[in-house]
Design a protein around this ligand. Structure first.
Ligand SMILES: Nc1ncnc2c1ncn2[C@@H]1O[C@H](COP(=O)(O)OP(=O)(O)OP(=O)(O)O)[C@@H](O)[C@H]1O
Ligand SMILES: [Mg+2]
Length: 213
């Protein structure tokens, strides 16, 4: 893994687990502590227009006949552009980069959720896309999917990726927990708590990662 002066932090978890809410709080807290923060998200990426175009294709409900291989390669194409044109330049500058989803989502949704692809093969092509970039910390916000989906029910069914049935989301959640068990730089954060309680647990982990006492 490359060594950059900046730190790369990723938020993972199902729909409505509170990723966006917590990321905004974390951005503010880090800025108060003097850090430069680059907030971004997948698919797509902040100020990465080509990756954002791929995001639109992935989300478009008209693309409902997209085959799984096409979906996987579009995610990885978006990620390659995001890493090289968005994330890495900020890490080189010493920023804290926070991404709403990254490779964990590919494994949780494409492998565990859809039950497709050999996990080692997906890792290999992902490493090819990212040059092996791996987050210093992945925060997994965990909540039973029915509770997460309840939180966002007004916005649901608007795009191709959010409109899957509950059993799919349960497989995604279990997949995420399996990934977290075998990876030392992942932290599982119980997300069925107040926004403040969830944030305090996140901040404890992030402080260690950015070397704040
Ligand atoms: N700890 C919490 N308790 C109750 N409600 C919450 C909590 N955290 C977030 N919410 C609310 O739940 C909804 C979803 O939160 P948020 O958008 O942060 O989740 P998300 O993981 O980013 O969802 P998505 O997958 O749709 O991007 C929002 O209305 C938010 O205000
Ligand atoms: Mg969100």
């Amino acid at each position: 893994m490359q060594n950059y002066p900046g730190k790369f932090i990723v938020f993972e978890g199902g729909e409505g687990t509170g990723k966006t809410t917590q990321i905004k709080l974390l951005e503010k807290k880090l800025q108060e502590n003097g850090f430069h923060v680059f907030l971004t998200r997948e698919p797509g990426g902040t100020n990465v227009p080509l990756a954002e175009k791929i995001r639109i294709m992935l989300k478009d409900p008209e693309n409902k006949n997209m085959c799984p291989e096409t979906e996987l390669f579009l995610f990885l194409a978006s990620r390659a552009q995001h890493v090289q044109r968005g994330i890495v330049p900020h890490l080189e500058r010493g920023d804290v980069v926070i991404s709403d989803r990254f490779f964990g989502s590919t494994l949780a949704y494409q492998h565990f959720g859809r039950g497709l692809f050999n996990i080692e093969e997906v890792k290999k092509i992902n490493d090819f896309a990212t040059g092996g970039l791996s987050p210093a910390l992945t925060l997994l916000l965990d909540i039973p999917p029915e509770k997460g989906l309840e939180r966002i029910k007004e916005n649901i069914h608007k795009d191709r990726l959010d409109s899957e049935a509950l059993p799919f989301h349960q497989k995604v959640r279990q997949g995420y927990l399996t990934l977290a068990k075998t990876r030392s730089n992942w932290a599982v954060i119980p997300a069925d708590n107040t926004i403040e309680t969830v944030f305090n647990q996140i901040w404890d982990k992030v402080r260690e990662t950015v070397n704040l006492n």
